[in-house]
Design a protein. Structure first.
Length: 481
């Protein structure tokens, strides 16, 4: 059943219950394989305790096989360089230089980096825009079908779901579109590590028929920062090719501590995931109701985010809160909550804040969050008037791609005042972060609307960290001609 592969604490030992890296008294390793808890940060090979120089004990391979078994994938690969690397490896396994790939335009900056490095030609698929709330939901299957009809030579497709705002696409329908064309679907599911482990969560990528799924365990799982996995199924991508692409990009000095955390999290989910998420989903329901009762706060639910021309589903653990009624910005509230209450919010924008819940939360942590949020209405008068962010309508946020991202990024460039950058071709990513979705990327022709959105956004508290000038007073553009 979708999302229901996790078992209870009665899972059999030595099958999905074995851990390759973490020692448990009740789960001895098979054969004579070393089974040590890494109290330091040893190398994975070179005669160290976890394996020998030829990796004959297959410690890493066994851990990856157990992860694949736990979630129902055919192959699983661990990455210690985050999903930013994993998604690039997946892209490189599908398309090469100058080949086309269909990509949702709400992709993370790591996807754009992959386009730059590989020299692929992106065919952008527009998200479903909620013009009322100035929010993008993942592209529809019909939009991918239209893109394939116009570009039948595209080598595959990539979609991001869930988005950082917790909204999900109809992955089964998108996978069906791709497979009718004999092309693979890559899903950037960085925010969906938990999805395989409870039927009350949105359907995860492998259950929906995706070919590759990339997920950041450090986001919604129990992994350490940079811990990522990517899963493979079907026969449209050769697992040897995918592994080769990961080897091309990955470090030759992976952290055993990161591997161990990935392996331990997998065991935790297999044995306790269903029960943990029973509790977490109940807790999320309570938190959402209590936040929605706070003056000036509206917690978005399925009625707001799901339906025709919107998202297909949403993750209830992402608590998205509209605070526009308080007359200030999400940036201001996020900064104040961090300063006064030591509460870090998941993301903030010109009219929203969000709190991200995981299986590690309980009433103690959520009470801390609620105490801080309940104080916001009293703080709001000091945060007014809200700086005005000039957010254009969705059609005017969309820029024309006139050069390959690689050509614009590596070509001749110059820095010009932002007021003179309209109609020039961007040579850089300009990415409000979080959530990390570029407003402009290399090769796109800039417009006054997008430039004013970024400039007024920075003045209101938006962070644009990857631009040559994070204040967006100057912009790096291509020298044409």
């Amino acid at each position: 059943m979708p999302g229901g592969r996790a078992t209870t604490a009665t899972a059999p030992r030595g099958v999905v219950g074995t851990s390759a890296y973490i020692q448990y008294a009740d789960a001895p390793p098979p054969g004579d394989a070393p089974h040590l808890t890494p109290h330091a940060d040893p190398p994975r090979i070179a005669g160290q305790p976890l394996d020998d120089r030829s990796s004959s004990h297959r410690v890493l391979e066994r851990a990856q096989e157990l992860m694949a078994d736990a979630v129902g994938a055919k192959h699983t690969f661990f990455s210690t360089c985050g999903s930013s690397l994993s998604v690039k490896a997946a892209m490189l396994a599908v398309a090469g230089p100058h080949e086309k790939i269909l990509v949702g335009r709400d992709a993370h900056k790591s996807v754009v980096s992959g386009l730059v490095l590989a020299g692929m030609r992106p065919i952008w698929v527009d998200p479903q825009w909620d013009a009322e709330r100035h929010l993008a939901h993942p592209p529809a299957a019909a939009s991918f079908a239209a893109a394939f009809a116009e570009h039948p030579d595209a080598r595959g497709a990539l979609v991001t779901t869930p988005t950082p705002y917790g909204t999900c696409s109809d992955l089964a329908a998108i996978a069906d579109v791709c497979h009718r064309h004999g092309r693979p679907l890559i899903v950037d599911e960085a925010w969906g590590a938990h999805l395989p482990f409870h039927p009350g969560l949105p359907t995860w990528a492998m259950d929906a028929g995706a070919d590759v799924c990339v997920t950041s365990v450090h986001k919604m799982g129990s992994g350490l920062e940079q811990g990522s996995v990517f899963h493979l199924q079907g026969d449209l991508i050769d697992p040897a090719v995918l592994k080769s692409r990961e080897d091309l990009l990955g470090t030759t000095s992976p952290s055993v501590l990161l591997y161990a955390a990935l392996d331990g999290w997998r065991r935790q989910m297999v044995e306790h995931g269903r029960a943990l998420y029973d509790d977490t989903l109940a807790l999320a329901h309570s938190v959402r109701a209590r936040v929605d009762a706070v003056d000036g706060m509206r917690v978005h639910g399925r009625a707001d985010f799901c339906g025709p021309d919107l998202a297909a589903d949403m993750d209830p653990l992402q608590v998205i809160i509209d605070i526009s009624a308080l007359g200030t910005t999400g940036y201001e509230i996020a900064d104040r909550l961090r300063e006064r209450y030591q509460v870090n919010l998941h993301l903030s924008d010109h009219r929203r804040i969000s709190a991200q819940l995981t299986h590690a939360d309980d009433e103690r942590t959520t009470d801390t969050l609620l105490t801080a949020l309940e104080a916001v209405p009293a703080l709001a008068p000091d945060l007014r008037p809200a700086p005005h962010v000039e957010v254009p309508d969705p059609a005017r946020l969309r820029l024309e791609q006139v050069l390959l991202p690689r050509d614009a990024y590596f070509g001749r460039v110059e820095d010009v005042p932002w007021e003179k950058a309209a109609d020039r071709v961007s040579a850089e990513m300009m990415t409000p972060y979080p959530p990390g979705i570029p407003a402009a990327l290399p090769g796109e022709r800039l417009t006054v609307d997008v430039l004013r959105y970024l400039r007024t956004g920075v003045d209101a508290g938006m962070v644009v960290p990857d631009s040559a000038d994070p204040e967006v007073r100057t912009v790096r553009v291509a020298v044409e001609g």
